[in-house]
Design a protein. Structure first.
Length: 74
């Protein structure tokens, strides 16, 4: 299956160059993060198709995955 991936802010270095990632059917978000080399402890918010989800969420062909780090400020 193929998904679209966007990694934001400090996670941008893990994003695929063309934004696409091929994964085996049945892969979950945690598996996609592992395939990208994203350390799980660096991810604070996960979106699939615009909805907040957890790392155990199963992905489907054509899904859009967004990964966000914790953002500080003040």
């Amino acid at each position: 299956m193929n998904i679209e991936v966007r990694c934001f802010a400090t996670l941008g270095k893990f994003a695929p160059t063309d934004g696409a990632l091929a994964l085996p059917e049945g892969t979950d978000v945690a598996g996609a993060m592992a395939a990208l080399g994203v350390p799980p402890d660096e991810v604070k918010i996960i979106f699939v198709n615009g909805k907040a989800v957890g790392p155990q969420t199963a992905l489907r062909d054509g899904d859009r995955l967004g990964l966000f780090p914790a953002v500080g400020g003040g």
